[in-house]
Design a protein around this ligand. Structure first.
Ligand code: GLP
Length: 249
């Protein structure tokens, strides 16, 4: 793991975007793993700017999103399908056919999870973007889920639903289930760029970097990934010591 400690969220977003922009210039048909939540919003803004400035194009890029809620339609404003279109896809030249987001159709979830897996294993991600939940989850791999999982249906835990209630208006409106890439899918990526900012992420970041590899902290598995960059602001890095693979910007 390489830790990039940046001053604030703006610098976190710029640094994370710089990794993607560089690789996209070198490989226009990049396969990108994408995340939702507030953490990658600044990164997406930077990518849109680079596209508008003619530095990069997404014409040949293929994307795979980590997860999707179950129980709300794709056109619900808080679905991850809507989120991605609102905050990235509608601003860039990506081909809609190259966008992959787990389908949450209730009647055929098992089949859809298997199909998503097949596509994921056929298209290794060049870069996977990740956020981290305050309980150490990545994607929607909640504490306690087996680290060898492939795409699966998960029951969201209360902390995750409380954290995400701000998007839905109330805790009760937050869906109880989601479909998510498993840890195995996430690890099957050449590079990982994880973004975290804010004091409320400090403990999860600390456990991810220095804790035991433990299914109670799913992000801790990333210690085993050969190219995982953790880009954090000062608040999220506040419990980290200044040693190891540590870059202070
Ligand atoms: C959600 C998503 C995760 C995301 C996490 C953190 O539960 N499924 O992919 O990393 O929340 O979200 P935020 O960046 O808003 O703190």
């Amino acid at each position: 793991m390489e830790i990039y400690k940046m001053k604030d969220y703006e610098d976190v977003s710029k640094k994370a975007a710089s990794f993607i922009i560089k690789d996209l210039i070198l490989k226009p048909n990049l396969i990108l793993g994408l995340a939702t939540g507030s953490s990658p919003l600044g990164l997406y803004r930077n990518l849109i700017e680079a596209y508008e400035d003619d530095i990069i194009s997404f014409k040949d890029v293929m994307t795979f999103n980590l997860d999707e809620y179950i129980g709300i339609p794709r056109d619900h404003p808080q679905s991850y399908f809507s989120f991605m279109h609102e905050h990235l896809f509608r601003h860039i030249d990506i081909d809609e056919a190259n966008i992959n987001i787990p389908n949450n159709d209730l009647d055929q979830l098992d089949k859809l999870a298997m199909e998503y897996d097949e596509r994921l294993f056929g298209h290794q991600r060049d870069i996977q973007i990740l956020g981290i939940g305050s309980n150490g989850h990545i994607g929607f791999n909640e504490p306690g889920t087996p680290l060898g999982n492939e795409t699966f249906v998960v029951e969201l835990n209360d902390q995750t639903r409380r954290d995400n209630a701000r998007f839905f208006g109330s805790f009760d409106d937050v869906p109880k289930y989601a479909i998510t890439m498993g840890i195995k899918n996430i690890m099957y990526s050449k590079k990982i760029v994880l973004i975290a900012s804010g004091k409320h992420k400090a403990e999860a970041v600390y456990k991810m970097v220095y804790g035991d590899i433990d299914k109670q902290v799913p992000a801790s598995i990333l210690q085993l990934h050969p190219d995982c960059r953790v880009v954090v602001d000062e608040a999220a890095a506040s419990l980290l010591r200044m040693d190891g693979n540590y870059k202070n910007f």
